[in-house]
Design a binder for this molecule. Structure first.
Ligand code: CA2
Length: 154
């Protein structure tokens, strides 16, 4: 698939700190470890990835909009913005590219304020609770969705 569009993997606030604190909740992998694992898995599936992290809500909105033309699917771990961001919700609705809400932990099993997901109300689906493996499951889902979109009869 030489012209295959990449999977965007977008990460929100504080995920740059992965591997340094709270390993009981988020595991020992760093974000760089997760990027490498995603790139390897996507490569096996014939895809590239664009992997980014920002602590700035508007930057995540900009990248979602960029993925509208340049990406085949988006894996979005919006961090705490998951639970608060109408802007991310609206951007997901606007772009028409499938977005997979992804989490290391299972927010439904944590504090009540994490039980609401504005991202999830706009996303295609959700993968949560499997640690770094959540991202690899999301890469699989993204590749399947992209394949179905590019050749619906396959
Ligand atoms: O489980 C997830 O992936 C979350 O998106 C992580 C967010 C949290 O607000 C969501 O409810 C669930 C927090 C990311 C913060 O990551 C840290 C990593 C290391 C040390 C401190 C924070």
């Amino acid at each position: 698939m030489p012209d295959a569009k990449p999977i965007y993997v977008l990460n929100g606030p504080n995920l740059n700190l992965l591997g340094t604190r709270e390993p009981d909740i988020y595991g020992h992998a760093t974000l760089a470890d997760i990027e490498k694992a995603c790139a390897d898995r996507a490569g096996q599936l014939g895809r590239g990835i664009v992997f980014r992290q920002s602590n700035v809500e508007g930057e995540l909105v900009d990248w979602l909009q960029e993925a509208r033309d340049k990406g085949c699917a988006v894996i979005l771990n919006a961090g705490a913005y998951t639970h608060t961001s109408v802007a991310l919700h609206d951007a997901i609705k606007a772009i028409g590219v499938p977005v997979i809400e992804t989490h290391l932990s299972n927010p439904a099993a944590r504090e009540e304020f994490r039980h609401v997901s504005l991202v999830g109300k706009a996303a295609k689906g959700v993968i949560a609770g499997f640690g770094a493996a959540s991202y690899l499951l999301a890469v699989e889902a993204a590749a399947l969705l992209a394949r179905d979109q590019e050749s619906p009869a396959a």
